[in-house]
Design a protein around this ligand. Structure first.
Ligand SMILES: Nc1ncnc2c1ncn2[C@@H]1O[C@H](COP(=O)(O)OP(=O)(O)OP(=O)(O)O)[C@@H](O)[C@H]1O
Length: 236
């Protein structure tokens, strides 16, 4: 199996092309991500991080360039193929959990499993995030941190090729945020799969294997962390 997992080549996303309000949200991005990496994409508000995550997750198409994921150029996908890719191959964690309030925690995880290719047992996924005792609770009965752990269990249980997280600690306090990041770090370590976290919080950079910094739609730096810090030792 090739070491390379993701390769972006001359990727641009231009909104309102050729109009007065044209925005080059992603402007000629080039980078590689190896298999089994926890990658942090960092940048300030408006830098183009979500645009990039939406590209990787098949939520949106690019204007130019190649987006190779696991040996396939997803930039060439039709909308229908992108939908299948998004459903079957990608796990998502968002800032505000996005759970269905009138399904139990376990049912939320099971629902996602139904569309996945090779899902894991939903109960085991709940256990892996330390929520085996809360499976029958409804999201509104849970704290923000617990809801985010359900969202992480839901993403993990899909057994996705790629897990994407957009500001996953943005709505959480410091200690709860660290718990979520530790689950991601352990997941990468235990499964050898890829996680990409997008954040404006540059203080979490030391926990990553790979840090890509985006400024004004362009890559400002692309650094491999040879000595990553365990989440327990991070301070922000
Ligand atoms: N659908 C759209 N139409 C027009 N412009 C857009 C659209 N989506 C994003 N943009 C613009 O593209 C640029 C990058 O936005 P993006 O959401 O990717 O940034 P971000 O780094 O994720 O920011 P934040 O941290 O605030 O979410 C911004 O200037 C934004 O206004």
């Amino acid at each position: 199996m090739s070491e390379e997992f993701i390769r972006l080549s001359h990727v641009s996303k231009i909104y309102n092309a050729h109009q007065d309000n044209e925005v080059r949200a992603n402007d000629d991005l080039n980078f590689n991500i190896k298999r089994g990496e926890l990658t942090v994409i960092v940048g300030s508000s408006g830098a183009g991080k979500s645009t990039l995550l939406n590209t990787l997750g098949g939520m949106d198409s690019v204007s130019e360039g190649e987006v190779w994921v696991n040996g396939i150029d997803i930039a060439k996908f039709s909308e229908k193929k992108r939908t299948t890719y998004r459903r079957r191959d990608i796990g998502f964690v968002f800032q505000f959990y996005n759970l269905i309030p009138n399904l139990t925690a376990l049912e939320n995880v099971e629902l996602a499993n139904e569309i996945a290719k090779d899902p894991l047992d939903a109960k085991k996924a709940m256990k892996s995030v330390g929520l085996e005792k809360r499976m029958d609770n409804f999201p509104p009965q849970m704290s923000g941190g617990e809801q985010q752990r359900v969202a992480v269990a839901r993403a993990i249980a899909k057994n996705p090729a790629l897990l994407l997280a957009d500001e996953p600690t943005g709505a959480l306090d410091y200690h709860t945020g660290k718990k979520i990041l530790k689950i991601f770090q352990d997941y990468v370590h235990d499964t050898g799969k890829n996680v990409v976290i997008v954040t404006h919080n540059s203080l979490i950079k030391p926990m990553a294997d790979h840090v890509i910094e985006v400024v004004d739609g362009k890559i400002k730096s692309d650094v491999i962390n040879d000595h990553k810090t365990p989440v327990e030792d991070l301070e922000w």
